[in-house]
Ligand binder design. Structure first.
Ligand code: ATP
Ligand code: MG
Length: 180
């Protein structure tokens, strides 16, 4: 699965609309300490539906919205769009391109979109389930993640293998149907 681009606006250190285009191969982000490199990976986690403020390195969800500098006023909302090349149909979605968007307002309202159509968070979660890319996927390895995988309880570690093997979807559906 290839990421095509990431569009960030009003998120953490990105008050203005900033578009990162990813070519084939490896993309590296370089810059001084505190310049916003990790905020880019936070934006990817966030648009994939991350709900944990700790994982997003903030205390309240509102903290992801650009909170101003002496020269710029804070923004009213944050918006991130991740565009994925789906020409290989790795995602269960009928389209060559899938663009997922998350928007969050200071009022606490949030929106999720797939190709500009409003969806629920669970639609985003289901789209990425078993692909390794979703919120609980293993494709983003943050600092300390390796240690936590090695030191995890065996049940928790099994979840990582279930996601890689592509069977999380079935466990999720089973649990959903048992809940009803
Ligand atoms: P390092 O090289 O130390 O890892 P980095 O380039 O990864 O640095 P980040 O952690 O991405 O840096 O960015 C940290 C900066 O983001 C801090 O200066 C912090 O003030 C700023 N920041 C975080 N949230 C917001 C926000 N909501 N609005 C404005 N700035 C923010
Ligand atoms: Mg960093």
């Amino acid at each position: 699965m290839l990421l095509k681009s990431l569009e960030i606006q009003g998120f953490k250190t990105f008050p203005d609309k900033t578009t990162l285009k990813f070519d084939r191969g490896i993309t590296a982000v370089v810059g001084p300490n505190g310049s916003g490199k990790s905020n880019i990976s936070d934006a990817v986690r966030w648009v994939l539906g991350e709900q944990s403020t700790r994982t997003l390195r903030c205390t309240r969800m509102e903290d992801v919205i650009f909170n101003g500098t002496p020269a710029r006023k804070p923004q009213g909302y944050a918006e991130v769009t991740l565009t994925i090349d789906n020409s290989d149909r790795r995602l269960d979605f009928d389209g060559d391109t899938v663009a997922i968007t998350r928007r969050y307002y200071r009022s606490g309202d949030s929106e999720y979109l797939i190709n500009k159509v409003a969806v629920r968070l669970r639609d985003i979660n289901e789209l990425f389930m078993d692909t390794g890319l979703g919120r609980d996927g293993y494709s983003i390895i943050g600092q300390g993640k390796i240690d936590s995988i090695v030191g995890a309880r065996s049940e928790d570690r099994r979840e990582i293998f279930e996601e890689a093997a592509g069977i999380s979807r079935f466990r999720y559906r089973k649990e959903e149907s048992e809940r009803r």
